[in-house]
Ligand binder design. Structure first.
Ligand code: 8Y4
Length: 277
């Protein structure tokens, strides 16, 4: 398995680490515009050094209750960071957005992959994504960020996630996105209870039936708080455990905050897998 664009190819034979780079104002203390760009660039450099082969850049928070972000605001946050990273690195740059104009301008600025938690459901997003020609990650979410955690219910969570992704794959193909440019994601934490999230980990390998790359984003999510009573900065061990359980079932990309620890974990996993007699 691999993903490609005009410029390059990322081999997914073994799981790749996608490092999270949030560029929302709460994620970088504000010493002004240059300081913000510089801090984000430093964080990207550290993640690349630690083994990330993809940097996921997001300028909109999808937390329930998070403030609305305008297109102009989002562009102002992400474009300078994409340009700065691209100026010095060939790392894969992923743009975490649902807005068509942000997708378009981010790819023009050097982004290689579109990561959309709304699975290209915003008006115009399918067509713009198709025009860019870059791979897209489509994620399952039940409801919208504002209401997604208000008592989500499923008859069978994995069936519903798979059916949704199947439908979105069809829409992508219809819009002219090539099948080999689609990455799938069950959307841990997006309209799911703790039980739904753990069931999705348990059944993760069913998403491999699509024969498309699959991404797992579990890092520091609140399911670990609900099980173990952990603050966000206490969730490293649980995040690594969740990531390993998905990687063992065949996850191709792990979206994480803790790149070094995840890369170490994957090295152990690969060494064990290859330690046949
Ligand atoms: C602490 C910090 C605790 C952040 C939780 C969080 C995914 C994603 C997000 C995902 C894909 C998050 C943008 C939620 N999650 N994209 N984005 N898959 N493809 N929460 O699972 O990280 S944001």
């Amino acid at each position: 398995m691999k993903i490609s664009n005009q410029n390059k190819t990322l081999d997914l034979t073994s799981p790749q680490v996608m490092g999270i780079l949030n560029v929302t104002p709460d994620s970088f203390s504000d010493g002004g515009r240059f300081d913000r760009i510089d801090a984000a660039l430093e964080q990207a450099r550290a993640m690349i050094r630690d083994g990330a082969t993809i940097i996921d850049i997001g300028g909109e928070s999808t937390r329930p209750g998070a403030a609305h972000v305008s297109e102009e605001q989002e562009l102002d946050r992400v474009i300078p960071i994409i340009e700065a990273i691209r100026a010095e690195s060939e790392v894969w740059i992923s743009i975490d957005t649902s807005k068509p104009q942000v997708m378009k301008k981010a790819v023009a600025a050097g982004a290689d992959l579109i990561n959309d938690v709304r699975a290209l459901t915003v008006k115009g997003a399918l067509d713009v994504a198709a025009q860019t020609g870059v791979p897209v990650c489509i994620m399952h979410m039940k409801g919208q960020p504002q209401n997604m955690q208000d008592n989500p219910q499923y008859q069978d969570v994995i069936d519903e996630v798979a059916n949704f992704l199947n439908e979105r794959i069809a829409q992508c193909l219809k819009a002219g996105i090539k099948r080999e440019n689609i990455v799938l994601d069950p959307g841990f934490g997006f309209g799911k209870t703790m039980e739904h999230n753990f069931r999705l980990i348990n059944q993760f390998n069913r998403l491999l039936d699509f024969e498309l790359p699959v991404l797992a984003g579990l890092s520091r999510k609140s399911m670990f708080d609900h099980l173990l009573g952990l603050k966000v900065d206490e969730r490293l061990a649980s995040s690594l455990t969740g990531a390993l359980l998905c990687a063992q079932q065949g996850a191709h990309i792990l979206r994480v905050h803790d790149v070094k620890e995840t890369a170490d974990m994957l090295k152990i996993m690969k060494t064990v897998v290859n330690a046949t007699n």
